[in-house]
Design a protein around this ligand. Sequence first.
Ligand SMILES: Cc1ncc(COP(=O)(O)O)c(C=O)c1O
Length: 390
Amino acid sequence: MPYLDHAATTPVLPEVADVVAAQLRSTGNPSSLHASGRAARRVIEEARETIAAALGALPTEVVFTSGGTEADNLAVKGIYWSRRAADPRRSRVLASSIEHHAVMDSVEWLGKHEYAEVEWLPVDHTGRVDLAALRHTVEADPSSVALITVMWANNEVGTLQSIRDIVEIALSYGIPVHSDAVQAVGHVPVDFAATGLDALSISGHKLGAPVGVGALLLRRDLNPVPLLHGGGQERDVRSGTLDTAGILGLATAVDIAVRRQSHEARRLAALHDSLVRVVIDAVPDAVRNGDPEGLPTIANFSIPGCEGDSLLMLLDAYGIACSTGAACSAGVPEPSHVLLAMGISDPLVRGSLRFSLGHTSTEADVAAVANVIASVVERARNAGLVNRSA
Ligand SMILES: Cc1ncc(COP(=O)(O)O)c(C=O)c1O
């Protein structure tokens, strides 16, 4: 089955499945003092070192979470609360207007319930944050900024941000910067220390580990207010018994994904280009969304005269899994805030379709799309005409 939805979740790597299954057979709470507990603790600490080494962080900077959503919530809310507690003037939160809901909704929640003044940073038509606008916003009153959060790679269109330039703007004012790098790790080089970031989110199931494990890389001098209270694990920032098997899976997946990154990026870029050619040849008026210099794994199109949902369902009938640009909240599709922020017109936003590639992708997946895309688009357009005349 052609699976072209790796940005939603990617298959667990076989090496990861093996180590996770083996680890699940051993018992031991990493906080227990007996031999089984100490053995589990060793697994956790080795995993922490592996992840730190792969991503340019210190082992003490790795805070394990249940995934990207939790890492984003902890960074955004926790840093906001601690910065505001230290100085009540710090109430502004600056976030890009194309963040994933895990960041966007956390920021909005702070605005509604915690007196945050939220400022959404504009992006250009490719989805890149306007750095001049960011500088202007920061410099209007730097002492009132609690934090800046800008994602490394966008999950809908694959656009990459200049994280170093963003950190540079914040650095001279001592403003912490968080980046959601859930879609970046394994696809582009990610070095936490080199960027100067204060916090960075990763998620296991986007890079070949199981769902339900992730991490926040967090500088030692930042003490976000925890979201979860309990046993005081993970620097007292994230309480809860550590998931030894999941964390081992995360470390194994990060290690493999980072070691294979440059080879995979070249392989997937070639597949990506042939996928784009196939779609544009079959549907000449299809519009590509995003920055052509973005992730080699995401190809987002708008197809005039179609509903993204119809395209998705028709492709699904041929066994091809992909996604629309629309975010689905509680089963109700909403027009993509990402595409709207990029200035794309409403009908094109509704006709958007995302193919995303990953470690199991091959030419056969592209060929499957090539075989059906023209007829799928024709049928989706006809369905649109019928719906409009009904
Ligand atoms: C950019 C981005 N951030 C955060 C998340 C949420 O991660 P998780 O599914 O691990 O909670 C996702 C997943 O779709 C994502 O693409």
